[in-house]
Ligand binder design. Structure first.
Ligand SMILES: *[C@@H]1O[C@H](CO)[C@@H](O)[C@H](O)[C@H]1NC(C)=O
Ligand SMILES: *[C@@H]1O[C@H](CO)[C@@H](O)[C@H](O)[C@H]1NC(C)=O
Ligand SMILES: CC(=O)N[C@H]1CO[C@H](CO)[C@@H](O)[C@@H]1O
Length: 364
């Protein structure tokens, strides 16, 4: 059987259409590079020997595909996964340490890497609370390795082009704030809260600048959520939110929102979406029924008052319905809360993401 020219061309064009459709529909950015703390960690801490900030045991992951603990501090997927799904990937990019430890000679995946680590802060010393994690500056050092690899593989121009369209996601600062307001912290004796948040902003600015030197252009930067209302804080405060921690989180967020436009004018080609985790989580707590939540104070998994005296360890109890809880454990949101958070900042109005939402950032 023979095909004529027009049949052949039409066949060829439908093939092309299928491929083009698949690329533009499925994958909106070439790669995602994720920096941050336990809100984003997808398993880097599994590779740390002595860390207390680990989640690679049950009941973490009971709602994850395969019902297995992966190192995510969640009953299921976390915000990194939902962001990845929104831009067309199956899940968060893999943890940097898993790639390094498996010693693959084929380098890092072109679609991105996650450097996030539970317990991490902007400051190197913040992780002292959890004995061991990978602080933001160290995460940036790890990114340098990935960057050098990419330049070697693609050449400088193609690597720059790839990175300029990729998302650099930074979710950090909660642990610095929580550590500072932990009674008896050394930092709190040496500096005022205002000095502390000012130095957080300065340190973060340096890291964002370093990333720009290494090709980053599109940043998704989260403010700190209402950390004073997490079960661990309520448990220490007669079940009420720790207003001091919340107040300073808001002040930090304001300072961050002031710093970013200045940084954008300093760094050529920089664009960003500042996502307001505080507003989103405050709405969960103030109008829970809008989101199907019936429990905003207690953790789902843990032991003792508000299931927050003991973390979500294997002997802890967990709630039967995870979709009506905001918090999975004493610090972290449920999969449901993470999903709604990402939906809100991806397409949300200026109340939740400025100057543009994540979807608009991708389109610029
Ligand atoms: C934090 O640690 C890194 C090494 O990972 C080091 O380069 C940096 O200077 C340290 N920062 C501070 C403020 O100590
Ligand atoms: C779990 O909670 C969700 C959200 O409130 C609700 O829609 C659902 O019906 C609940 N499931 C069960 C089995 O009670
Ligand atoms: C790609 C990579 O990391 N290769 C390393 C694998 O492990 C050997 C032995 O430790 C190193 O020499 C390679 O550089």
């Amino acid at each position: 059987m023979a095909y004529n020219f027009s049949q052949m061309t039409s066949f060829f064009f439908s093939l092309l259409l299928v491929f083009c459709f698949h690329f533009s529909d499925a994958q909106k950015v070439p790669a995602m590079y994720v920096f941050g703390d336990s809100l984003m960690d997808v398993g880097n801490n599994n590779y740390l020997k002595i860390s207390l900030a680990k989640a690679d045991f049950p009941h973490n992951g009971i709602d994850f595909p395969g019902k297995k603990p992966t190192g995510r501090f969640s009953n299921g997927k976390n915000s990194a996964d939902f962001l990845a799904e929104k831009v067309g990937f199956e899940a968060s990019p893999p943890p940097y340490l898993s790639l390094v430890k498996s010693n693959k000679s084929n380098g890092f995946p072109i679609t991105g890497v996650s450097f996030a680590s539970g317990g991490a802060g902007i400051f190197n010393g913040t992780d002292a609370l959890f004995r061991q994690s990978i602080p933001l500056t160290k995460q940036a050092e790890h990114y340098t390795k990935v960057y050098e690899d990419l330049v070697q593989e693609l050449g400088s121009a193609a690597a720059q082009d790839h990175l300029s369209k990729s998302l650099f996601i930074v979710v950090i600062g909660s642990n610095d704030i929580l550590g500072f307001f932990n009674s008896g912290s050394d930092q709190a004796k040496k500096t005022t809260p205002q000095q502390f948040i000012d130095s957080m902003i300065l340190a973060l600015k340096l890291v964002l600048t370093r990333m720009h030197d290494l090709g980053a252009r599109k940043y998704v930067i989260a403010g700190i959520g209402a950390v004073g209302c997490c079960p661990s804080q309520r448990n220490q405060n007669k079940d009420e939110c720790n207003e001091e921690a919340n107040t300073w989180s808001v002040k930090y967020n304001e300072a961050l929102k002031t710093m970013l436009p200045g940084l954008k004018s300093e760094l050529q080609g920089m664009d960003y979406s500042y996502v307001d985790a505080y507003s989103v989580f405050s709405r969960f707590i103030e109008t829970p029924s809008t989101f199907g939540f019936t429990e905003v104070k207690s953790a789902c998994c843990g032991l003792g008052n508000l299931k927050a005296r003991v973390p979500c360890v294997p002997v802890a109890n967990y709630c039967s319905n995870r979709s009506n809880h905001v918090f999975w454990d004493l610090y972290h949101p449920t999969e449901t809360a993470a999903r709604i958070f990402v939906d809100t900042v991806f397409y949300g109005t200026q109340q939740f993401a400025v100057p543009v939402n994540v979807n608009q950032l991708i389109a610029t």
